[in-house]
Structure formats: structure tokens, C-alpha cells
Ligand binder design. Structure first.
Ligand code: ADP
Ligand code: MG
Length: 270
């Protein structure tokens, strides 16, 4: 809550806070989509607000819980990484951030693919190809394309499937692979500098009106896996395993501290 202005009336000092202004503004925005972890509001033709919920899901959405504070933490962590990537020359949808659970982003036409970059064998990769050893190093990183469709459980597809069905052409695929590998390199270096191992990440891309391919969605402990030297996760894996929201919040606070985002005021508005 930020002080907006203060006036002195007959010796009584009255303060007004921006939180009121923000609440009014958001309630006037049009909700255009509510997903598992975010609400998306239209600001205008070219701008959206992504609002990170405190909801947490696992097992393909079958397990649901609420982790108070997770939304604002995920927003802050995402903003940190979008800024890191922008500074390294990656085009992202990030526009502006006020410290809340909401991020202002460029409105894009989302490409219905989840791009997964894997540096170590983990999770669904081992389930679909058991010859990989858990945490086997994947060098160069393995890239997977999944078709974004909740009802079909986001199935793995071939590059050719994406091209033949008109989702992307071959040149777009190369662009997306190139940008994804560059994102992976930047994040690998960042996590290495914090003594952490970057296992994998899910990326989403969208297209601007002019046809440019831009990194979208979020970059948080919900969408990447990272472990410390004792293989403790700083991501949602802990919730997938234990379904304990308290542990999840602890991990998210640790991740926020590692990336250096503010955590002392997270519970101020609850
Ligand atoms: P889901 O349950 O589908 O994963 P989320 O809770 O993550 O949904 O909500 C975010 C939604 O907004 C996703 O469908 C994502 O593809 C979409 N999205 C992310 N960034 C943008 C953007 N810049 N423009 C339009 N849509 C976006
Ligand atoms: Mg999502």
C-alpha cells in the first residue's frame, strides 16, 4: 500500500492510499480469461494485465490448494526474470510492474505450444523414455514441443505436426528454438552464479500484430525446476510431492530471496 496524498483538514491529517485507486482500476478491467494460476484482463487492444492467483495445482489440475502470498511472489519472480532476459536482448511481453500480483504485458496471439527445454532428465521425460537415468545431463539441451490443450493433457508433438497443422512454419520453429536455447543459457548462467542447478523450463510464445515472435506467460517456480547442492527444489516440485502449501511457500520465499526480490511486504495486504 503506497501513500497517494495527504491533506490537512481542521488539524486532522488525512491520508489517501493508492491501493483504493488500484482496486477501482482493476475491477473496471474486463476479465478475458481465467486459467489455473492466473487471471487475464484486457486493458486495451495491445495491453493485458496478468493477475497471479494464490491457487496452486498439481497432477494435471486434479490437486488444488491455496497458498497465500504465492501470487505476488510468482509475479515478482517472473518480473525479475523478464527484466534479466530483456537486458540480455530477448524480446518479452513484459511492460510494467507496480509490486502487486499484477503484471502489465503486451497482448499477443498465443502460439498454442508449450516449449520445454531440458538440461537434466526429470519427471515426464523419464516416464515416457525410461532409459534416461534420473538427472542425467542432457547436452545439448533437449527441446520438446507440447500442444497446449488441457483436455488432451498437453501432448508431446513432433515439429512436423506443428508445421503440417499450420501452427507455425519451419522458420518460426527455428526462431523459437533459437530464442528458447538462448533463454536457457541466460538462466543457466544466472542459477550457476547462485550455486543452483537449472533442470528444465516451460516457455510460451506469442505473436505481435506485426508477426514478431515474443516470449510470453510467466517464468517462476511453477514453470521451471531448479535445485541446490543438496538437491532441494526451489520450485513447485515440493508441492507435487507433498501437497503441502506451507512447504511450497517456504520454497517460494527462498527462491524470491535468491533472485533478490522484496519479500518483507508480501503479507502486508492479507
Ligand atoms: P493456463 O491454465 O491455461 O495455463 P494461466 O493460468 O497460466 O492459464 O493463465 C494465463 C493465460 O494467458 C495462458 O493461457 C497463457 O497462454 C495466456 N497468456 C500469457 N501471456 C499472454 C500474452 N502476452 N497475451 C495473451 N495471452 C497470454
Ligand atoms: Mg499457465
Amino acid at each position: 500500500m503506497y501513500k497517494y496524498f495527504g491533506i490537512c483538514k481542521r488539524g486532522v491529517y488525512i491520508e489517501y492510499y493508492t491501493i483504493k485507486v488500484n482496486v477501482v482500476k482493476v475491477s473496471m478491467l474486463q476479465l478475458i480469461y481465467e486459467g489455473k494460476s492466473k487471471r487475464v484482463y484486457a486493458v486495451d487492444e495491445d495491453t493485458l494485465v496478468m493477475e497471479f492467483k494464490d491457487d496452486v495445482t498439481a497432477a494435471d489440475g486434479l490437486v488444488k490448494a491455496v497458498a497465500l502470498g504465492k501470487g505476488v511472489l510468482a509475479a515478482r519472480i517472473s518480473v525479475f526474470f523478464f527484466k534479466l532476459l530483456e537486458n540480455a536482448g530477448i524480446k518479452t511481453h513484459f511492460i510494467d510492474y507496480d509490486g502487486s500480483r499484477r503484471i502489465k504485458v503486451r497482448r499477443l496471439e498465443i502460439i498454442p505450444l508449450e516449449v520445454i527445454i531440458r538440461n537434466y532428465a526429470y519427471g515426464s521425460l523419464i516416464r515416457r523414455m525410461p532409459l534416461y537415468k534420473p538427472m542425467q545431463k542432457l547436452e545439448p539441451p533437449l527441446i520438446e514441443f507440447h500442444y497446449k490443450d488441457d483436455d488432451l493433457h498437453d501432448p508431446l508433438i513432433l515439429e512436423e505436426d506443428a508445421i503440417r497443422t499450420g501452427i507455425l512454419d519451419a522458420r518460426d520453429i527455428e526462431t523459437i528454438k533459437g530464442v528458447s536455447l538462448r533463454v536457457n543459457e541466460i538462466l543457466t548462467k544466472f542459477f550457476e552464479s547462485k550455486n543452483l542447478r537449472f533442470i528444465d523450463i516451460k516457455l510460451e510464445f506469442g505473436r505481435s500484430r506485426s508477426g514478431e515472435i515474443i516470449l510470453a506467460d510467466e517464468i517462476s517456480g511453477d514453470t521451471f525446476r531448479v535445485v541446490d547442492e543438496n538437491n532441494n527444489h526451489l520450485d513447485k516440485e515440493i508441492f507435487r510431492r507433498t501437497r503441502d502449501v506451507g512447504l511450497l511457500l517456504k520454497v517460494y520465499l527462498r527462491l524470491a530471496e535468491v533472485v533478490g526480490v522484496r519479500i518483507d511486504d508480501v503479507y502486508a495486504s492479507y
